[in-house]
Write a new protein. Structure first.
Length: 311
């Protein structure tokens, strides 16, 4: 078994790890994420190789005691404070709507994370484009189970897996994407992304606007996909998810009592310039969702249809 490395870090302010990292979990069955035995376990693909990370449960005002295994263990522990939002700067964020005031009061330990792992957020976001949540999570789950590797150290015994690297994804045959329920259009976009993985990982060191522009320069990566990546990997507090099927309507309903479209959302969030994603996530954490009507959309299949002759 790999030797564990340790780090104890005391945040300067209360920190809710579950809330801060909640968006990094890709559905309840995410193979790279487990909660059990009083701890959160994650499998990560770092620039130094795969890693298993264990964070025990703790009060919001207690130190973070982390253990990590694998070639990427030192990288994870070195970057852990940043990944947990140490560099998030809410100065200048002034709620002007009562639901936002209440959300901030309920979730003082939430921070905008900055994982520094662009592909970890970007590739699943591509898989999630223009499909139901069920389809999105199941597609990525199948890819991680099929092409990810067992997490180092005790992670393997827990069934934890590390998401596939760029090189691994480049070698995935087209039919495997179809078997996972990922359409050819989204699979092609993933391939375009991983071919320029090194350039995209450089986004961590770029100004937020420049980073989003570099992301959207890849054909198939639009504003929504770039935002979903930026507020996870880059710590961008302004990267609101324009183009999302639900986000604009939910925020409009929470703040005005009626759903709005993206144009309405731009106007509604003007007072929060620089912190628009902060509003989005705080309202999500508070459960601010418009009432749903109708049945859920059924999952679709992207496998070719086989036609049978009548006998």
């Amino acid at each position: 078994m790999d030797t564990a490395r340790h780090r104890v870090w005391r945040p300067l302010a209360p920190l809710d790890v579950g809330a801060t990292w909640g968006t990094l979990r890709r559905g309840a069955g995410d193979p790279a994420w487990q909660v059990g035995g009083g701890a959160l376990w994650r499998g990560l693909c770092t620039p130094q190789g795969p890693a298993t990370l264990r964070l025990p449960r703790r009060p919001a005002d207690a130190p973070v005691a982390a253990r990590a295994w694998g070639p990427g263990a030192e990288w994870v522990l070195e970057h852990l404070p940043r990944m947990l939002g140490e560099e998030d700067e809410p100065d200048g964020f002034v709620p002007v709507h009562e639901p936002v005031v209440q959300a901030l009061r309920r979730h003082p330990g939430w921070r905008v994370p900055r994982t520094g792992l662009v592909l970890e957020s970007l590739v699943p976001a591509v898989v999630e484009q223009k499909v139901t949540g069920q389809e999105a999570f199941s597609g990525w789950r199948r890819m991680v189970q099929r092409f990810g590797e067992p997490a180092p150290g005790p992670g393997a015994g827990l069934g934890l897996r590390v998401p596939p690297s760029a090189d691994t994804l480049l070698a995935v045959p087209s039919w495997e994407w179809l078997r996972a329920g990922v359409s050819p259009q989204r699979a092609d976009t993933v391939l375009r992304v991983v071919r320029v993985a090194a350039r995209l990982e450089e986004c961590v060191a770029l100004p937020h606007a420049t980073a989003r522009a570099r992301l959207t320069a890849v054909p198939g990566v639009g504003v929504w996909t770039a935002a979903e990546t930026a507020h996870r990997a880059l710590g961008d507090p302004d990267a609101v998810s324009f183009g999302d099927y639900h986000v604009a309507a939910n925020i409009g309903w929470a703040l005005t009592g009626r759903p709005v479209d993206d144009h309405g959302l731009v106007e509604l969030l003007l007072p929060y310039a620089g912190h628009r994603y902060r509003v989005q996530r705080l309202l999500e954490l508070s459960g601010a969702m418009r009432p749903r009507r109708g049945q859920r959309m059924a999952p679709r299949t992207h496998l070719p249809v086989t036609r049978h002759r009548s006998r």
